[in-house]
Design a protein around this ligand. Structure first.
Ligand code: SF4
Length: 336
């Protein structure tokens, strides 16, 4: 068995670093995206429908334009998570009072995950207020900030670098594909070179970088998907999040799907590609996720797989065992 198991799970990484489980709290900060607000484009990426991936932390009735406060979203998540897993109580949670007023004290460690849209895109003072609201909420040990490679402005990087001196900070950078033809086709609004630049700007700052990739993008072959994984190996990237292409209703991708312009991978095809990618991926790269799940019922047009994320995780382990393989078994360091 390799040192990090069949593949290097995020849960293992947290256990090694903090000695216990760390929970990520998905947050909606009410920020926007330059690929939707007209700065880069108005259409967005062809698969993008953010509410499909939005955190389940917003209270009923909260809408996209006015999400609950960061602190409120965090406390709601913590209270739910600790009630569910029976964490030892450090305080009491009153049903009568609002979450801001409760004496609830989390017993676990959490990362505040700024997930929805581009979370480094906004006035610096606004970003600072949002990040610090999270960092000052009990139980939060750091941030995970999802964004685009073209939204990493020097002042935001300096801010995250300063937090990284006392907190655990991840930057989650959307790459999706290392092929510019594909990036253009899906209307990403940036190139692979822009992603490389963003990764290099983030290194040596104490910030950990996680790359997001999507398998099954229109027109991409298995070989191209493996090339994307291989190129990530050549960069100072600390983590990876795998996604399968999902066709969300009312997106431009749905039109392409309906016209036969894209055929999403089935779960077995995806399984084999992810295992192939894991084999060539450096064993020190932390795997944050192996597949995506859409949380809003009815939003997903395709692919409708009969497997949950937990079942897929087991399938990946079984496949790697069957191959007598593991993450990094075919890793070749990039030539300097
Ligand atoms: S960068 Fe993210 S939020 Fe912006 S359009 Fe693309 S998927 Fe949507």
């Amino acid at each position: 068995m390799p040192p990090h198991g069949w593949y290097y799970r995020l849960s293992r990484f947290f256990k090694e670093r903090f000695g216990e489980k760390v929970y990520k709290i998905p947050l909606h900060a009410g920020l926007s995206c330059p690929n939707r607000d007209g700065t880069v484009s108005t259409g967005g990426c062809i698969y993008c429908y953010n509410p499909g991936f939005s955190p389940a932390t917003a209270p009923a009735g909260a809408n996209e334009a006015s999400p609950a406060s960061i602190r409120e979203q965090i406390i709601r998540f913590q209270a739910r998570a600790e009630k569910k897993d029976g964490a030892p109580k450090k305080g009491s949670e009153s049903q009568e009072k609002g979450p801001e007023e409760t004496a609830f004290q989390p017993a676990r460690r959490y990362l505040a995950y700024f997930q929805t849209y581009s979370n480094t895109y906004g006035e610096l003072s606004r970003l600072q207020t949002l990040y610090e609201e999270a960092l000052h909420t009990p139980g939060i040990i750091g941030l995970s900030v999802a964004t685009r490679p073209d939204c990493l402005f020097p002042e935001v990087l300096e801010l995250l670098q300063a937090y990284a001196r006392s907190h655990h900070i991840w930057l989650e950078l959307g790459l999706q594909s290392a092929h510019d033809r594909t990036l253009e086709l899906i209307n990403r609004g940036h190139t692979y070179a822009r992603f490389v630049e963003a990764v290099l700007k983030s290194k040596d700052r104490g910030i950990l970088v996680c790359a997001h990739i999507i398998n099954g993008l229109p027109g991409e072959s298995r070989k191209e998907m493996l090339q994307t994984a291989a190129r990530i190996n050549s960069l100072p990237v600390n983590g990876i999040k795998f996604h399968q292409l999902q066709v969300i209703r009312e997106t431009p991708l749905e039109d392409l799907f309906m016209s036969g312009g894209v055929k999403p991978l089935n779960e077995k095809e995806y399984l084999h590609i992810v295992c192939d990618q894991l084999e060539i991926m450096c064993s020190n790269i932390v795997v944050h996720r192996l597949m995506s799940e859409v949380t809003c019922p009815g939003l997903l047009a395709a692919p409708l797989w009969p497997v949950s994320r937990a079942q897929f995780t087991q399938m990946v382990e079984n496949e790697l065992k069957r191959r007598r393989s593991h993450q990094g078994i075919k890793y070749t360091p990039a030539k300097k």
